[in-house]
Structures are given as C-alpha cells and as structure tokens.
Design a protein around this ligand. Structure first.
Ligand SMILES: C[S@@+](CC[C@H](N)C(=O)[O-])C[C@H]1O[C@@H](n2cnc3c(N)ncnc32)[C@H](O)[C@@H]1O
Length: 357
C-alpha cells in the first residue's frame, strides 16, 4: 500500500520531525547541562532526585523545561493532525484495499462482538486521535505517525525492535509463535524471517490494525494468521505455543492487565516455551533526570500506564506465573543515537521460560 501523503502535508510533517529532532538534540542536552551544573552546586541526594515532588519543584518553573515539554506536546499533536489530513484524502481507496478479501496464505479472523476493555476504550494512546480502533485506517496512520514520532530511528523498515528481540532470543526449536498486541505487525517480521518454518500468529484488540496487518503481511509475503482477541484472555488451547512475544504492549495496560496477560501467556506456552517482552528501560535503570523526563508521558502524552509499568517488578510477575525469568538488555540503534533525552539506553527484554521442559 502506498502510504505517501501529498507534498503539502509531507512538508509540514518534515517540519514536525525537525522540531522533535531539535528538542531531543538541542533543548534536552541544554537542560541536562544546566541540571548537572546545578547538581554540582547543590549536591542533592540520589533519593531526592528520585522523588517526583522534589524534581517538579526544581523544574516546573524552569523556562527550558517548560519550552521543551510544550514543544514536545505541540509536535505530537501536529504530527497526528498532518498524518490524518494527509491520509484522509485517500481514505476511501485505502479502506477499499483493506476490505478486499484475499486467499493468500495466512488468515484474518475478526470478532465484532469482542468487548474493548475500559482502559483501552477511554484512551487515545500517545495522543493518536480515535485510538487504535476507532478510525478505519488507524493502521496506516500509526505506521506513518510512528516513523515521525521516533524520528525514523527504528530503521528504514521500522523493525529495529524486532531485530533487537531476535538478537537475544534463546536458540530453540519454535514451531508455533504468537505476537501479542501486534498492531500492524511489521516489527515482528524479523522474528518471522528468523523462524521461517514456524507457524506465526498475531493478535490485537483492534480490527483496523489487524486488517492493515493482514494486508501488509500479504504484500511482504508473510503467511501470518491474525485474530482479534484480548491478550488477557485468548481463545487458544493450553500449551499451544513455543514462543510468545510482545513489544510495547505491556506499558499500555494497567498493572492488573499486565498480570492477566503474563498469566494467560504462561497458560498458552508449552513446557520449555518462551515469553519475551520488549520495552523501554525501567525508571530505576535510568539516571534520575532521564527517568523524570520519561515520566512526563504518563500525564501528558496519553500514556496513563507508563509509570506503573516502568516501576513494576515484572520479573516477580513472571515468576508467579510459573516462568523462570530474567532481564536481558538488547542493543538499540535508537538508544545509541545522538540527541536522545534518555541518554544511551538498551531495550529491556523480560524473558521467561515455562518450567517443566
Ligand atoms: C503501542 S502499540 C504496539 C504495536 C506493535 N507491537 C508495535 O510495536 O508496532 C500497542 C498495541 O497493543 C494493542 N493492545 C492494547 N491492549 C491490548 C490487549 N489487552 N490485548 C490485545 N492487544 C492490545 C493495541 O491495539 C496496539 O495495537
């Protein structure tokens, strides 16, 4: 599918991306420099720097902080607006393509009766208007928006998280593989390419995402089976999969749902099977300023569960679900890039193995 938008909207989108690059590459480093100088003079303790009230008292009236956060919010809103205006001009044609059935290998099963959880229904994650499920072309909107959002640091194919995941996956024979919260699914293509003999499944709550995922997978020659399900309660039999993975799913659901999803994945794994979850680093593994800046998303970027996820003990949740668990860091091209407010970072992959192999 051709996702190019017309020149006028593309020019504005490029401007938005330039703004994001400027904030990340110039404003944030200046903010960090001021902060480090202030720390040298005032000598705050580490526990003070980890205290949100203390940090807000320091930063809330700081013009550089205010400017950086304001520009971040404006760039996010403008980004979605330009993507949506840009793609809306071809909306009918895109919808027609997405609705055309295909007998290509793989499948698409939608469930119009599936109940959307309240935490999902009531939110617009990272400010995407209509969320993932209320716009018929949410899939293309997400793909074009995310490329700009991440300043094209997920690589040309937008799949660098999937490549990072493959790089740390335990070498085993995986026959049936499930991608939970797959969205448009392209970040999972490196997993599909690494395991060409396996049967691949993708589930998501959103019908528009899955229609796009199916269309895209056919275009790329991937025989993936897509099904509309809630990851908290999937309709597969116990022990059905050898590998279950997700990327950027767990930070978008409340803690109770994270526990439900981990338990459900553990139920679906065969003995010796693997659960791999890739996300950005936990707050405690980042320096205090990066953690504080990252936390801003919780209240200001449509990410209500960002804080609870990045502070939770996921390894304990895995263990309680009967998984032998460990945290593995995976190389991130994005995390190594210059102009990144979190400094250099690696992805966190929470890896679990179902005991009883
Ligand atoms: C941030 S997007 C990530 C999509 C994809 N993993 C990627 O990285 O491009 C989160 C995805 O999880 C889906 N999702 C959120 N909660 C879910 C749930 N409880 N069950 C299944 N999918 C869910 C959303 O519809 C969305 O497609």
């Amino acid at each position: 599918m051709d996702l190019r938008i017309n020149r006028e909207h593309q020019a504005r989108l490029d401007l938005v991306e330039g703004l994001k690059v400027y904030v990340a590459g110039n404003v944030m480093p200046a903010l960090r420099q001021d902060f480090e100088k202030w720390c040298d003079e005032e000598k705050p303790t580490d526990s003070q720097l980890r205290d949100a009230t203390y940090m807000h008292a320091k930063f809330d009236d700081d013009p550089l902080y205010q400017a950086s956060r304001g520009l971040q919010r404006i760039s996010q809103e403008s980004m979605w607006r330009e993507v949506i205006y840009g793609l809306d001009r071809r909306k009918e044609a895109i919808e027609k393509e997405l609705d055309t059935p295909s007998d290509a290998p793989g499948s698409l099963t939608l469930d119009p009766a599936l109940q959307m959880p309240v935490y999902y229904e009531k939110n617009e994650f990272h400010l995407q208007p209509g969320n993932y499920h209320r716009n018929t072309i949410a899939g293309p909107i997400y793909e074009v928006g995310v490329a700009t959002y991440t300043m094209h640091r997920y690589g040309k194919a937008g799949d660098e998280m999937g490549r990072a995941l493959v790089s740390v996956m335990p070498p085993k024979k995986y026959q049936r593989v499930l991608y939970m919260g797959c969205g448009p699914s392209y970040k999972g293509y490196p997993v599909v390419n690494a395991l060409p003999e396996a049967e691949h499944w993708g589930i998501d709550l959103s019908a528009p995402m899955l229609k796009y995922a199916r269309h895209r997978a056919i275009e790329h020659g991937h025989p993936i089976n897509f099904s509309q399900m809630n990851a908290e309660n999937m309709g597969f039999p116990p022990g059905h999969f050898d590998l279950i993975y997700c990327m950027l799913l767990l930070h978008e659901v409340p803690k109770k749902a994270v526990v439900n999803i981990v338990n459900e994945a553990a139920r679906l794994l065969a003995p010796g099977g693997v659960l791999a979850n890739l996300e950005l680093p936990s707050y405690s593994s980042l320096d205090p300023l990066s953690a504080f800046l990252m936390d801003w998303d919780t209240e200001n970027n449509g990410e209500p569960y960002w804080r609870s996820y990045h502070e939770m003990d996921l390894l304990a949740t895995y263990r309680q679900a009967g998984l032998k668990s460990q945290l593995i860091e995976a190389h991130s091209e994005w995390g190594g890039a210059k102009g990144n407010y979190m400094g250099k970072f690696k992805y966190h992959v929470t890896m679990g193995e179902k005991i009883g192999a």
